[in-house]
Ligand binder design. Structure first.
Ligand code: HXC
Length: 561
């Protein structure tokens, strides 16, 4: 029985070799040495049913004509199965639905019936951890999505949700299969609904490695992370031709919906790679930070980096001009175990930086204002980016470290009319509803509403640190003096005005442009030695390790979208 099972599990494309051990056992039973067994002269006949089975499976696995594969590869793309081979641990893929076919007979599609219906689906392992996968095959009916194709995807999504493992979709498709009409649209409905049902329950990752057009883009948009590859990925609701016909704008595929566009302008894409291989490596790296589902904690590893390692770089914030911009990545690298930081949404809203690090081996999500870009001010895109990331962290039990250096909200008519009030509120909402451990460190500026938004104590921050370089106030000294003393400054003699202004500014700065007033009210828990920042933050997360807050578990809030 076991032997039979072993045979059936073998890859049908490979010859099944005779079992030598079994032959020897048979020989021993007859008390004859194995060597004396008469040599076989005739090849054993394969039973008809087995032969037919192997033919069917081989046919299904090799149904794309070689010239189509060649054409596909000439675009710099891997095949659907090669993609899975790059992504999954060797030999771990278990395929389901290889023989599924479409029942559609319209528009000549009857003659084009294909086994598997243009998508490879199943389960595999990544670094030993179970994942559900689907990989659309553009070489078969353009990877277009018909009802059978959709049901295959829906099936693995259902199992993934039941067993609690991530779903990874590899998308390369012409979209809804035109010949199947509304059936194919219904197929998308099946997938979208499951995307939403699985949201916050299991991580969902979309890898776009070809076209992704029309309503099809909304499945990736409903997942947690979207990966694209330079030169081969496209996403758009309407393609260049429709855009030209309806608005008169002339635009090429890449400018309209290529990887760079979605990574830097629309924010649809979280990770861009230069090659498919690089893309799969990054997916694996991302998964190393994530739990398999929302009832698990993220994976912990043994860190080779001392929890007591000092962070002298942070001392420099006390000596540089407060207006001098710097990339907050340097601070993150210094704090993180082995200086490793996986940045998410790297090219979008660069005024805020988000991503994953480990501290003493434990996964932490970082949200940090980046003064190197728009002085680190919060705008519409930064609020959206950070809010969505925080909600992901909260769903998957990942503690949040917030690094604050924020001069306020970005001013201007464009921001106001674009809805900075509505979008900025998302950030407040996300921080306030997050029940995972929240530790913050104010590096430099923390002004006004933006100070409150960035995980401040009264918004629900658990442990709030500050460096001596912090300036915490309603607004910066310059602006505050102009408002508080406008009459006095107007009335002052021209030659005296600057001196008065300087004196008032200094007084204001002495009182507010430091962390001490805020520490005296308890809004900051501790002003810390910059070189001890890593140690203090690790200790803070260790104190919060068993934090357990259920206040939001049964509540359905209404985030300002
Ligand atoms: C059926 C399709 C198809 C589709 C492509 N094919 N898209 N078959 N339904 N949606 C087939 C082609 O007929 C062709 O078959 C093969 O796939 C390869 O396509 P090519 O056009 O030769 O490839 P290429 O030149 O690389 O162009 C790729 C493409 C183009 C840009 C994706 O095929 C295209 O524009 N397709 C239509 C895209 C689209 O508008 N889809 C519907 C979107 S609306 P043969 O046999 O000739 O080789 C949508 C609604 C979802 O998806 C709504 C959800 C709510």
């Amino acid at each position: 029985m076991e032997e039979n099972k072993k045979d059936l599990n073998q890859n049908p494309t490979h010859d099944i070799k005779p079992d030598k051990d079994l032959e020897k056992k048979e020989a021993d039973k007859n008390d004859k040495p194995a060597a004396k067994k008469p040599k076989k002269t005739a090849v054993k006949e394969v039973p008809f049913k087995l032969q037919k089975f192997r033919e069917i499976i081989n046919g299904a696995l090799n149904q794309t004509p070689p010239e189509r594969i060649e054409a596909h590869k000439s675009k710099g793309k891997l095949t659907a199965r090669e993609r899975l081979a790059y992504l999954l641990d060797e030999g771990s893929f278990e395929e389901f639905g290889l023989l599924v076919e479409s029942r559609c007979t319209d528009f000549g599609i009857k003659d084009k019936h294909i086994k598997g219906d243009g998508v490879v689906t199943g389960f595999g392992r990544i670094n030993g951890r179970k994942v559900a996968v689907f990989s659309q095959d553009f070489t078969l009916l353009g990877g277009s999505l018909g009802l059978a194709h959709a049901k295959k995807i829906a099936y693995i999504m259902d199992i993934a949700k039941k067993v609690g493992c991530p779903v990874i979709g590899i998308l390369d498709s012409g979209g809804a299969r035109i010949q199947e009409g509304v059936d194919s649209l219904d197929g998308y409905g099946e997938i979208f609904r499951r995307n939403v049902e699985s949201s916050g329950v299991i991580p969902q990752i979309s890898i776009i490695v070809g076209p992704c057009a029309g309503g099809a883009v909304y499945s990736p948009a409903l997942t947690d992370f979207v990966f694209m590859v330079q030169g081969i990925s496209n996403m758009f609701v309407t393609g260049p031709a429709v855009v030209k016909a309806s608005t008169g704008e002339e635009v090429d595929f890449d400018t309209l919906g290529g990887a760079k566009t979605h990574a830097s302008k629309s924010g649809v894409c979280h990770f861009v790679s230069n090659s498919e291989q690089e893309c799969y490596r990054t997916v694996k790296e991302l998964l190393s930070y994530l739990p398999s589902n929302s009832s698990e904690k993220p994976p912990v590893i043994v860190s080779n980096d001392s929890a007591k390692r000092e962070t002298p770089l942070l001392e420099r914030l006390c000596s540089i001009d407060p207006k001098k911009p710097y990339r907050v990545h340097h601070i993150i690298w210094w704090l993180a175990d082995e200086h490793k930081f996986l940045e998410v949404h790297k090219d979008f809203a660069k005024n805020i930086v988000v991503g994953f690090i480990r501290l003493n081996g434990e996964v932490v999500g970082v949200v940090a204002n980046n003064s190197a870009y728009m002085a680190g001010a919060l705008d519409i895109d930064a609020s959206d980016k950070a809010a969505r990331f925080i909600r992901f962290l909260n769903n998957f039990n990942i503690p949040i470290l917030t690094l604050v250096d924020v001069p306020g909200y970005w001013p201007g008519v464009k921001q106001e009319h674009g809805g900075i009030i509505r979008h900025g509120a998302k950030l407040l909402y996300a921080y306030a509803e997050a029940t995972v451990p929240k530790v913050s460190l104010i590096l430099r500026k923390a002004y006004g509403g933006a100070y409150i938004a960035m995980s401040s104590k009264y918004l629900g921050g658990d442990i709030n640190f500050s460096l001596p370089s912090a300036e915490i106030a309603v607004m910066g000294p310059g602006g505050a003096i102009e408002i508080l003393y406008s009459k006095q400054l107007k009335e002052a003699k021209d030659e005296e005005r600057q001196a008065i202004k300087d004196k008032l500014t200094q007084e204001y700065a002495d009182k507010f442009a430091s962390p001490y007033q805020t520490a005296s009210t308890g809004s900051i828990d501790e002003v810390i030695e910059p070189k001890l920042a890593r140690q203090k933050i690790i200790e803070a997360f260790s104190i919060l390790k068993n934090k357990n807050v259920n206040s939001f578990s049964n509540k359905k809030g209404n985030i300002p979208l």
